[in-house]
Design a protein around this ligand. Structure first.
Ligand code: HEC
Length: 159
């Protein structure tokens, strides 16, 4: 193999390795989100909201834009949590969604995610509405569970 041939071979080989690595990166769970800023650290879901059919129904109306068409989470995240816009996380992936605490969800919905299409929603949704939409979102991958701030874990919602 001549010098040029070897260089070409190296470039192709490196390209393949890079491709394989990026493909692996997509298969594994994404890195956990950063901790919420102090003003969100103590925000928690009202305890009787998790898995509460009435709350979930109200959250669904917000998520799908039925309550206010200017707030249409489903237009990117999909009606059933299966993303319809590139870049949105798959809310049906239990292992991915467990990486979030309730405070982290609330923070992201309130302030958005910089550098993505996810806008801050705090001017369009009251705190109560944000919790309702999160209670609905949780049903995609975390149904029957609730976040326990003391254990810092998702636990079965037995109440
Ligand atoms: C214009 C498209 C779009 C709309 C509308 C939208 N999102 Fe997002 N959302 C995204 C994108 C893109 C991301 C960032 C990538 C990701 O992590 O999913 C994101 C991230 C999130 C996250 C955090 C995930 C993370 O990685 O930090 C939550 C929670 C979320 N959205 C909920 C909502 C809710 C609730 C609504 C409606 C009030 C909504 N989104 C509306 C596109 C959208």
């Amino acid at each position: 193999m001549g010098n040029r041939g070897r260089r070409l071979y190296m470039m192709v080989a490196l390209g393949l390795v890079g491709f394989a690595l990026s493909a692996c990166g997509e298969a594994g769970p994404p890195p956990p989100p950063p901790p919420p800023p102090p003003e969100y650290a103590d925000k928690h879901m009202p305890p009787d909201y998790w898995n509460n059919p009435k709350i979930i129904e109200e959250g669904r109306a917000i998520f799908t834009g039925a309550q206010n068409i200017d707030v249409n989470c489903a237009s990117c995240h999909g009606k059933d949590g299966k993303p319809v816009k590139a870049g949105a996380r798959d809310f049906r992936q239990t292992e991915h969604m467990k990486l979030f605490s309730d405070s982290q969800w609330f923070w992201r919905v309130s302030e958005g995610v910089k550098g993505t299409k996810m806008k801050p929603w705090k001017t369009k949704l009251s705190e109560d509405e944000r919790w309702k939409v999160i209670a609905y979102e949780a049903t995609f991958g975390l149904k029957g569970l609730k976040y326990d701030p003391e254990k810092k874990a998702w636990v079965p919602d037995n109440d």
